[in-house]
Structure formats: C-alpha cells, structure tokens
Design a protein around this ligand. Structure first.
Ligand SMILES: [Ca+2]
Ligand SMILES: [Zn+2]
Length: 436
C-alpha cells in the first residue's frame, strides 16, 4: 500500500487496493484549479463519455445537476451552487453511479471540489465492478462483483476547509465497467456539509491525449505577524499582484498596529479574538461592495481598491478588522437564545473605530450639529458612528466596549443603552440631535 502526501496536506485516506496510489491537495489561496502534483481537470477524459446517474440520495435543488460532474468545467467562484453537483442539504449524501458502458482500463480518477467553507473537502468511498451488471442500490455494492478502490477524506484537523480540493487515484487501478462514488457529508453541525463537487475525471490507460483546463496563476501570498507573534496575517494577492507594494509598505503597518488595538478595545471575559486573519483580494466581488468579512476571512474587492489606495482603502480594512474581532457570529455558541444585533449597531461600532479612532483627522463621520438635527441615530455606518462617539464623550466612555460585549453574547436589546448610560435610546437620540 503506497500513499503519497503533497502540499503538507495529510491524506486521511487509505488506498485499499494493492497498486493504487491516492493523493489529495487543497488550495486555500488563489482561485484556480491548479495543484502542485495533481493534474488540472481535463475536458476530454473518459468520464465525459460515460453515463452518470444518482442511484441513492437526493440531489440538491440548487445544484447544477449531475452533468456538473463531467462537463469539463469548474466553478468560477467559491460559492456557486449551479456550477457544482451536491446532494440535498441536511442529507447523508448518496451514491453516484458511472456506467463506462464497457470494460475500461483505468489509469487515473480525480475528483475536484470548491467551496469557501465546509463544503470544500471531500469524504467518499469509491467502488468498482468488472461485471456488466449495473448496481440497483447500495446493497449491491456488497456483492462479490464489487470492490472498494479507496476511502478518501481530504479534511485535515486544524486546517480551514475552504478552497479547492482535489483527490486522485493513480497506479494500476484495473479494468472496470462500473464505478460508484459513495459521497458523504463533511460535517453534520449544519445542513450545509454536502461537498460542492465540481468535476470528476476518469482517465483510461490508452485514451487520447488529454486537453486540460487552462492553469491558473500560482497563488501568491504576503505574510506578516505582530512582534509578539500573537497575531498573524496572510494577504492573498493572487488576483491582484499590483497591490503587493502597497500591502507591504502601507497596509501591513496599519493592520499590525490596529488589529491588537481593536482586540484590546473589544474584550469579553474569556474571549479570544481570532489570531490568524486572512485577507484576499478578488476580482469578482460585485460592484458596490468594497469588502466584507466572514469569520476571520476578509474579502476585498480588487476593482474597488484600485482608486482608493490613497483614500479609503486602509480605513475600509480597519472597518473589516473590527468585524473579525466583533465575531458576532459566535453569539449562537455563547447563548442558547441569542438575540440578533441590529446592523446599525454592528456597522456603527465598526465605523466608529474607523472614523473616530483610526482616522479622526479625515473627519469622514464628523457632521455639524445643523446636519445632525436631520439625522437618525440608527441610519447605520458613519451616522451611527457619530452617535456612538457622542455618547462615548458625553455619557459613558466605555460604551463601545460595553455594547460590543452585549452583542457578542447575543443579548443586545435597547434597554441596555439605559443600563449603560442612564438614558434610554430615545432620550440619547433626542439629545444627540439637539446638540449645539
Ligand atoms: Ca464540472
Ligand atoms: Zn461593515
């Protein structure tokens, strides 16, 4: 039994057949299906000629259908259901049958998947049969015609699940007529643990020369860490090499100074802010969205940043860093009955830290009293930031820390403003608008 490990991704699978070699790779950075040792998807492998069918399990309505597995195409993005095949949310997966329609000498089988989170990795068993008899269901796989070729699991403890995954069987696989992929969920904490399979290549031993999908640029990243090594950062510039110098000279000092400051400003008892933060520039973020944070991952719109490097770019990143530290996604884990924090509070706090602490000199959220008179405190972003700044100067200097702690624990409610400042939210809003 041989097993090869590439790209430091431990392969938690075993080849159960004597001459079969299994490998797995994960690409977290960059965006293409270019792996170190595993070949890119092909457009004319034998799989494109085979007949593919689901023999148990229910396909997800949002999926691109079984054709997505053998159309020679891969998804353009990390969350494009229509360009992948996957079983129904909340299900246990199922069986995909591939009828090769004759006995075929196989030399490689490669499975590709892509998702930004837990639908990225692959967990499956692969069965094959020499007989011409197609399987009717799971029970048939136990009869003597069938052999298990491999058990694949591309997950790895303590490593993020997102990105592009590929698993590959090579060597002397053998001659087979039928294949069955027994696809399983990657996790069961959410209904969304069914892998987004993008393509499966089945390569015959004496097939035509393969035509591969164009390879992507190799992933490029910039890494830096705080002096005490407590916080480390990775900026993925695969899509935006033009920003490398700006990231090194301008952005990284801001992140190194401000991330720890934000962590200190937004503590909770027993809470540890994410220690590894990844920032990725992407070319395909919709217009109008400069950046967004999910967990400890910040996605930045490469096109938006182009004209903002000397204007709003750094402040925008500071705002997203606040979301990473806020971590209000945690609330359901800290509180059995979490209350949703209104977005004006979440965004107001992020913009407060950005405009009033990080770059007060830009005066981006400083309004004259005459203008404030016509504003609503919950209008979000800069306006709510102004309101929060005003409370912190006139009522409660720790309001940001206090409200953040409430929000993170899913216990936000309007009464808390009164508890923290002595005045109700309506009284505060009225006084804010009446300021001279
Ligand atoms: Ca495909
Ligand atoms: Zn925001």
């Amino acid at each position: 039994m041989k097993s090869k490990v590439t790209l430091s991704l431990g392969l938690l699978s075993s080849a159960l057949f004597a001459e079969i070699k299994t490998t797995a790779e994960q690409q977290i950075f960059g965006s293409g299906f270019t792996f170190k040792d595993i070949q890119a998807p092909a457009t004319n492998d034998f799989g494109t000629k085979a007949t593919w069918k689901i023999i148990s399990g229910k396909i997800d309505q949002n999926s691109g259908g079984i054709a997505a597995l053998h159309d020679g195409k891969v998804p353009s993005n990390d969350d494009t259901p229509r360009e992948n095949f996957f079983f129904a949310a909340g299900s246990n997966g199922g069986l995909v049958h591939v009828d090769l329609k004759k006995s075929v000498d196989l030399k490689r089988i490669t499975t590709y998947s892509r998702h930004f989170q837990n639908r990225g990795p692959q967990v499956f068993d692969l069965y094959a049969s020499r007989s011409g008899e197609p399987p009717k269901g799971a029970a048939d796989l136990k009869n003597e015609d069938w052999v298990k070729l491999a058990s694949i699991d591309t997950r790895r403890p303590n490593r993020s699940m997102g990105g592009r995954h590929a698993a590959c069987l090579t060597g002397t696989i053998g001659r087979f007529h039928h294949l069955v992929f027994d696809l399983k969920p990657t996790e069961k904490k959410t209904p969304f643990g069914l892998t987004f399979f993008s393509e499966i290549d089945i390569v015959e031993a004496d097939g035509p020369e393969l035509i591969f999908l164009p390879s992507a640029n190799p992933a490029k990243v910039i890494r830096f860490a705080t002096k005490d090594k407590k916080f480390s950062f990775i900026v993925d510039t695969s899509d935006s090499p033009q920003y490398e110098k700006w990231i090194k000279d301008d952005l990284s000092p801001v992140i190194l100074e401000w991330y720890p400051k934000i962590v200190d400003l937004l503590p909770s008892k027993g809470y540890e802010a994410p220690q590894k933060v990844t920032l990725q520039f992407k070319n395909n973020v919709p217009n109008g969205i400069p950046a967004y944070a999910t967990g400890s991952f910040i996605t930045m719109n490469a096109r938006w940043f182009k004209n903002q490097l000397r204007k709003e770019a750094k402040g925008c990143v500071v705002h997203e860093l606040v979301h990473v530290v806020q971590n209000y996604w945690l609330a359901p884990r800290l509180n059995p009955n979490p209350r949703q924090t209104p977005s004006w509070v979440t965004e107001g706090l992020a913009d407060y830290i950005r405009w009033f602490l990080y770059e007060p000199e830009s005066r981006g959220a400083h309004y004259p009293p005459a203008q404030i008179r016509r504003m609503k405190h919950d209008a979000s972003y800069r306006i709510s930031a102004n309101f929060i700044d005003w409370i912190s100067r006139n009522y409660q200097k720790d309001i940001v820390t206090l409200i953040n702690d409430d929000a993170r624990h899913g216990r936000y409610e309007e009464n808390l403003w009164k508890a923290h400042t002595g005045s109700s939210i309506e009284e505060l809003a009225r006084a804010w608008r009446a300021q001279k």
